[in-house]
Design a protein around this ligand. Structure first.
Ligand code: DX5
Ligand code: ZN
Length: 217
């Protein structure tokens, strides 16, 4: 089962309730929430307060992608705000295993994200503590960037690692996904597909989501 995770980074927050309702009606599985701190990435978005407010608008799985330094300082707050999956960056976390275990102890799913330059091998020793691997197919920070083809090889490597070490772990891909490459990402092993600008930039976001899902399945 392929899961589609619209990224609210490209949504119009002046009508956010309507934007969420549209993707929910179109069958979105997760809502992908990009948290940026202006340090780990050059951009700034939102924190737990906004996620807590959005929580009142939708029962969908909240998939929080923390692009922040020292994520261990904030995971409790994001869990409290209603995040169901909390994904931290391997590059941002000195004690990765401890933080992943802590996320699980809060009752959330623990995810770990890899920048395009970070090898999949770096996750070998935390596979027992991970519920989701996020392969970045752009350098994080902005929506609307071009897909980096190296992500396909990394997805295949991550799929092999998951199959060998922790088959229930999900494999998510994020960045530059659209009609032209969604099938390739699925064929490489991804089962959760983050899509931002291609959904919310479309004239009819619901129809675009359905078209993307049809291409993925
Ligand atoms: C980028 C974010 C993505 C972003 C993807 O740093 O992690 O989730 O919203 O946007 P698109 O689909 O436009 O590349
Ligand atoms: Zn993201």
């Amino acid at each position: 089962m392929i899961k589609i995770a619209p990224s609210l980074l490209s949504a119009d927050f002046s009508k956010i309730a309507e934007q969420i309702a549209v993707v929910e009606r179109a069958g979105a599985d997760y809502l992908h929430l990009d948290v940026m701190d202006g340090r780990f990435v050059p951009n700034i978005t939102w924190g737990p307060k906004i996620i807590g407010d959005l929580r009142k608008l939708s029962p969908l799985t909240f998939d929080a992608h923390l692009m922040i330094v020292e994520p261990e300082r904030y995971v409790d707050d994001f869990r409290e705000a209603g995040a169901d999956v909390i994904t931290i960056h391997e590059e941002a976390c000195v004690h990765l295993q401890r933080t992943l275990a802590h996320i699980r102890s809060l009752g959330a799913k623990a995810g770990v994200a890899l920048n395009p330059s970070t090898p999949v091998d770096s996750l070998q020793d935390v596979m027992a503590d991970v519920d989701l691997i996020l392969v970045m197919s752009v350098n994080p920070g902005f929506g609307g960037q071009s897909f980096l083809p190296v992500a396909l090889r990394k997805l295949r490597e991550a799929r092999a690692l998951i199959d060998a070490e922790n088959p229930s772990c999900e494999l998510e891909v994020d960045g530059g996904i659209g009609r032209e490459n969604i099938r390739a990402a699925v064929d490489a092993g991804a089962n959760v597909i983050v899509i931002g600008s291609k959904i919310f930039g479309a004239k009819d976001p619901g129809a675009e989501l359905r078209a993307l899902r049809a291409l993925a399945s």
